[in-house]
Design a protein around this ligand. Structure first.
Ligand SMILES: Cc1cc2nc3c(=O)[nH]c(=O)nc-3n(C[C@H](O)[C@H](O)[C@H](O)COP(=O)(O)OP(=O)(O)OC[C@H]3O[C@@H](n4cnc5c(N)ncnc54)[C@H](O)[C@@H]3O)c2cc1C
Length: 436
């Protein structure tokens, strides 16, 4: 039997092990090595204690938007879901604006609406030969709306200016996530708050019990996972893995879901490959999780925040995703603050201040009172989103080609260095099973 080593017990690593076992039971023996003491990666989560009981928070992932029937069926056979109809908000200068803002401008003051509408109607920005994300935004929405909403959000979410990012994110299929309304929709939405739901996903799913990772809990239980194995070195010539607990493992086939930019140093790669790795950039995310002693704190499943004096870009409600994520009669919210070497967290604020800032902002925004809060947690997720900077494809392909030469398969959101959602990460694990 050939020995398959899979690095990372996130959704992609578990999917790879599961599908290889399913398809080639006689031929391969799979072991998943995970640095943490539990499975799930970004789809994992944690409990926070309170006087009223335990709150569950996911590490990052929110809901499944997948339209892939196979993934839906696997997720559902692992855990029965709640189905949500998308219904979210935007917060801007004290106003709550239906999402997406471009066709729901109604709550804005008349002068701002006139400025945005005039500019949208007379939008002469070029529509093709677009180079930067800013070109794309201006082509869709005009200069005024772009400056008022998405440019601000880009700085908060991507940590760079829109003109420093390429169009790759939107042209890679994610473009449909940013709605482009027609003139009628824009005008109706500016004059009335009765507008249709134009969100690109018609429904979202979330496991009733056990947090997001229970969508693949049976799969995780069916594969061999060695926890507390932090990979520190790879001898690709002799096919040996070295872990920080002094364990070694001889493999025949290596599959990695580790961030692509970390692989060259683990492999002692040549200088040009290390150089390419140093040019791949990603954001990190601080997640600030709060539990409340009332069940009606969260009004919506999630909302976006455009004000730049408020550090968090998005807020989700775990207890709205599933009532079982909070003790009886309680509710919860999780805020996300993005940072990177372009916009470091340290220079902005430390963990404690981040918590206080989030609580103060929630109170100021009218979301809760100080004494509603009975649980809190702040943690940092090192890899949040791949940044679509200049030459991203050139640099990532150089590393991927190098790994190919060493017969190492790279999977998952950071292994492929793409903006993959959980279903796509899951499918990248399935694909590798077909490849080997
Ligand atoms: C803020 C945010 C929100 C998101 N929201 C959604 C959403 O609503 N819906 C959706 O479908 N997707 C969402 N996603 C995307 C989704 O979370 C990812 O696509 C998916 O979780 C990636 O899985 P993965 O297995 O590729 O990587 P990971 O989950 O990162 O797994 C990699 C694993 O490798 C382990 N590891 C790392 N280094 C080592 C080492 N040296 N040795 C051993 N193990 C190691 C890690 O501990 C981890 O368990 C979101 C992502 C983010 C960041």
């Amino acid at each position: 039997m050939k020995r398959v080593a899979i690095i990372g017990a996130g959704i992609s690593g578990i999917s790879a092990a599961y599908h290889i076992q399913e398809q080639h039971k006689e031929k391969y023996k799979c072991i998943v090595f995970e640095k943490d003491s539990t499975y799930g990666g970004l789809c994992g989560g944690f409990y926070v204690d309170s006087s009223r009981g335990k709150f569950w928070f996911d590490n990052c992932v929110h809901l499944s938007f997948t339209s892939n029937e196979y993934v839906k069926q696997v997720f559902e056979s692992n855990s029965k879901p709640f189905i949500h109809i998308p219904n979210m908000n935007n917060y801007y200068k004290g106003l709550w604006i239906k999402h997406p803002a471009q066709n729901n401008l109604y709550p804005l003051d008349v002068q701002t609406k006139v400025n945005i509408l005039k500019d949208m109607i007379n939008n002469h920005n070029k529509k093709d030969d677009l180079h930067t994300f800013q070109d794309w935004l201006k082509a869709q929405y005009g200069d005024c709306f772009t400056a008022t909403f998405p440019s601000k959000y880009t700085r908060k979410y991507w940590t760079l200016e829109a003109n420093e990012l390429t169009c790759d994110w939107v042209s890679s299929g994610a473009g449909n996530r940013l709605y482009t309304p027609n003139l009628d929709e824009i005008l109706y939405g500016a004059m009335s708050d009765i507008t249709p739901n134009t969100y690109y996903a018609k429904e979202q799913r979330y496991p009733q019990k056990g947090g997001y990772r229970s969508f693949f809990s049976k799969l995780a239980n069916s594969v061999d996972i060695k926890y507390n194995h932090n990979l520190t070195n790879i001898d690709a010539k002799n096919k040996i893995l070295y872990f920080d607990n002094h364990m070694q493992y001889h493999y025949d086939i290596l599959i990695s879901s580790l961030p692509l930019n970390l692989m060259p140093s683990l492999l002692n790669a040549p200088r040009d490959i290390l150089d390419s790795a140093s040019k791949l950039e990603a954001t990190s995310v601080a997640i600030i999780s709060l539990g409340f002693n009332k069940d009606n704190i969260a009004k919506k499943l999630w909302f976006y925040v455009y004000d730049e004096d408020i550090l968090f870009a998005r807020v989700y409600s775990p207890s709205k995703k599933s009532i079982y994520n909070a003790p009886n009669g309680c509710s919860s919210l999780q805020a996300e603050v993005y940072f990177s070497r372009f916009k470091p967290l340290d220079s902005m604020i430390d963990k404690n201040e981040l918590l206080n800032h989030t609580i103060d902002s929630f109170v100021r925004m009218g979301i809760c009172a100080y004494d509603d809060i009975i649980a809190s947690d702040v943690r940092i997720i090192k890899y949040g989103n791949v940044i679509f900077n200049k030459d991203i494809h050139k640099n990532k392909n150089e590393i991927l080609n190098y790994l190919k030469l060493l017969e190492i398969h790279s999977i998952g959101r950071f292994g492929k260095w793409e903006y993959l959602w959980s279903d796509e990460s899951f499918l990248s694990g399935k694909e590798v099973a077909l490849k080997i």
